[in-house]
Design a protein around this ligand. Structure first.
Ligand SMILES: [Zn+2]
Length: 512
């Protein structure tokens, strides 16, 4: 920051002009701050700070944190509120304006697509790049790479984010492809020449600034043999980036998929991040956590994440329901809900709907709350949303746009199973640390410290709560009072501010 920079010259000039005013004369330099949050409970999970402070922002950074009063061009009273680092979501699939509008009111200031990823990386987020509410970015997406190699179709993000807005119909067609994909892409082995091309494209995506490699292996389990999977880990190791993996799903929590990923990480030296742990581990959540701890003790750089929801969501016609799904998920028809009405299935209704309404969304309730809570309470486990694409408020998706406020409202305040400092670390500092080793800009995120980026979430700890439900997902969270992204106020007094779009595309070598 600099008071002399062009941007702040007007304030400096104003201060000089008003220098005869006794009020200004007492604090001439302070008048140059863009923004001051007064008297909030400032929590910084890295330093352990948890105290009443004023926080001053200028030029997109935090430039002062003080017990005494600071002053700026804009001053906000944060008394009674928590001032936290903006939440960093490592796992969203919704780079849409609608998705961002809900996520920012859930306290998110950085939303990343690291599980599915995109290729080309810089075409990710085409639908938001003119008006990003928050920072965004993606890994190099293995599914998109394979789609291009196998079919010659370029689709930066399998669900959304094609170079042009693809519209509602096109969006669903594309999104559906993630689940009911053409056989060639996700069922057919790659030839040696195709493997070589895939390898080159992964490197190219990483050259382009991709935040690691997104490897949704489960969706292409039949097509990707161990050699091809090893190549993914080998490239990640060579480039010093993690593999973000959706493990091959075994029957009812079989740990084989986890063991494969950990052994490839160990063999190649790659880092690995295991997506939505309890959704893969199921009844073996404790075992998965133990194996992850053991791997870490043996020197494997492995992390994992949890989302506070206990169901999955997919089209009724998707591949996942073409296999022995009752056995895989340890559920039956009655555990599956028809999303648009909330009706539960029986066998006859299932067969009829699968035939007559292949585009209908179902919600399969297969995760037990005790597994979710166990994963959440494990030290070092990161909180994510796994938000599905939100395009249209008539669609029935999932309520993941309340993931972060759900943690703060339900688990911290109502149930008291997690303390606030720990919960905030899981949604700010820990995700930043997962990335900063290869993407240095993240060393300035996830913290409320002088010099850190001014991405801040200000919430009321007494009222913060999620409101979205499976039946009614388009309910913005409550209690997120102010959200500041890159020094700009995107949410003020709980309301989105029109036309404020300070988000930036985040890449390994910086933001643009
Ligand atoms: Zn997944």
């Amino acid at each position: 920051m600099s008071f002399q920079s062009g941007r702040f010259a007007p304030f400096a000039l104003l201060a000089a002009l008003l220098a005869t005013s006794p009020v200004i004369a007492e604090q001439p330099a302070d008048a140059a701050y863009d923004l001051v949050l007064h008297g909030g409970r400032v929590i910084d999970p890295e330093s352990g700070l948890d105290a009443t402070r004023d926080v001053a922002v200028a030029d997109g950074r935090i430039i002062a944190i003080a017990a005494g009063p600071l002053h700026g061009a804009i001053e906000i009273d944060a008394s009674g509120l928590v001032v936290a680092p903006g939440f960093i979501d490592l796992h969203t699939h919704s780079p849409t304006l609608l998705g961002q509008d809900y996520q920012v009111r859930d306290g998110v200031t950085t939303a990343l697509e690291l599980e599915a990823g995109a290729y080309p990386v810089r075409e990710y987020g085409a639908l938001i790049e003119d008006a990003p509410r928050m920072h965004f970015g993606s890994s190099v997406g293995y599914g998109s790479v394979r789609l291009e190699v196998k079919l010659g179709i370029r689709q930066a993000h399998l669900a959304v984010g094609s170079p042009r807005p693809i519209g509602w119909r096109g969006y669903w067609t594309a999104f559906r492809s993630l689940f009911t994909v053409p056989d060639e892409v996700f069922r057919e082995l790659a030839t040696p020449a195709e493997r070589e091309r895939i390898r080159a494209m992964l490197h190219e995506g990483l050259d382009d600034g991709g935040l690691g490699i997104g490897f949704p292996l489960d969706y292409m389990s039949e097509a990707v043999d161990e050699d091809e999977a090893r190549q993914v880990f080998a490239v990640a190791s060579e480039r010093g980036v993690p593999v973000f993996i959706h493990l091959r799903r075994g029957v009812n929590g079989d740990p084989a998929g986890l063991r494969e990923a950990l052994s490839l990480a160990r063999e190649t030296g790659a880092s690995v991040h295991v997506c939505h742990l309890q959704h893969n581990a199921m009844r073996n959540t404790e075992l998965f956590l133990q194996e992850i701890r053991d791997a870490r003790a043996r020197g494997v750089d492995v992390t994992t994440e949890v989302l506070p929801y206990n169901a999955g969501s997919a089209l009724i016609s998707s591949a996942v329901f073409g296999r022995n799904w009752q056995e895989v998920f340890d559920i039956t028809y009655g555990d599956v809900e028809w999303a648009s009405t909330g009706e539960r299935f029986d066998e006859a209704m299932w067969n009829e709907y699968r035939e007559d309404h292949p585009d209908g969304q179902v919600i399969h309730h297969y995760v037990k709350e005790e597994w979710t809570r166990r994963a959440l309470l494990e030290p070092g486990v990161i909180v994510v949303s796994d938000l599905l694409p939100m395009h249209d408020e008539t669609s029935k998706v999932a309520p993941h746009n309340g993931a972060f406020t759900k943690i703060l409202g339900r688990y911290v305040r109502e149930q008291g199973v997690l303390d606030l400092q720990t919960a905030l670390a899981k949604m700010t500092l820990l995700p930043a640390r997962r990335l900063e080793g290869f993407a240095p800009l993240f060393a300035r995120k996830g913290r409320v410290q002088v010099g850190a980026d001014a991405d801040l979430t200000v919430f009321d700890p007494q009222t913060v709560i999620d409101r979205a439900t499976y039946g009614d997902p388009f309910q913005a969270a409550d209690g997120i009072v102010h959200v500041i992204v890159g020094g700009e106020i995107v949410v003020r007094d709980g309301a989105l501010r029109d036309g404020v779009a300070p988000g930036r595309r985040l890449l390994t070598d910086g933001a643009e």
